[in-house]
Ligand binder design. Structure first.
Ligand code: ZN
Ligand code: CU1
Length: 184
């Protein structure tokens, strides 16, 4: 009897969670695995060949549509994801855990769930599109990165378009802004 009640409660809770406004906690159904970045893959946002550039990358897998989008940088992934038409879709997002892999050429074995990652905004490290968000599985690793490269740690859900556009360092700009010779 007790058990039945508990089961019923759990079921009801699950239903509430599922129908609750998306955006907070996504449902914990099995999520698709990350895919590899292939040598010719182009960024969904800017069209650059992803593998040619340093820094953490992103991917969005939209299960319902069986669609995979890849991004040259965490910056471009957020630029896409934060668009009003995308922000509430239930895609699975992956980014590189930069504690596990090289900045110059991140390895796909280090892909982690972006929604659970910690992001450093405003560091001196440059990604494919210039200033970027350094992604980490652990907050400690993010903290270590901040000690070395500056910036501020944000959770996935705290990131807004302003963080992507407003250049990032707020008050501690140390790098000469000379290396912006990115092709259009
Ligand atoms: Zn891009
Ligand atoms: Cu780009």
């Amino acid at each position: 009897m007790k058990r039945t009640t508990l089961n019923w409660l759990l079921a009801a809770l699950a239903a509430v969670t599922l129908t609750a406004c998306s955006g907070n906690e996504e449902q914990t159904t099995a999520k698709p695995d990350p895919v590899h970045f292939e040598s010719g893959d182009e960024c969904h946002v800017c069209g650059m060949v992803i593998a040619n550039f340093p820094g953490p990358k992103g991917q969005a897998i939209t299960e319902k549509e069986q669609q995979v989008r890849k991004f040259c940088s965490t910056r471009d992934m957020f630029a896409w994801m934060l668009q009003p038409e995308n922000v509430n879709r239930d895609h699975t997002l992956y980014v590189h855990d930069m504690a596990q892999t090289e900045w110059q050429s991140p390895d796909d074995t280090a892909l982690i769930d972006a929604r659970e990652a910690f992001f450093v905004v405003g560091s001196d490290r440059i990604g494919a599109m210039g200033p970027t968000l350094a992604s980490f599985a652990s907050e400690d690793a993010a903290q270590g990165f901040v000690m070395e490269h500056g910036g501020e740690i944000l959770a996935y859900s705290d990131i807004t378009l302003e963080h992507l556009n407003a250049g990032m360092p707020m008050g501690e700009m140390e790098e000469p802004a000379a290396e912006h010779s990115m092709e259009q």
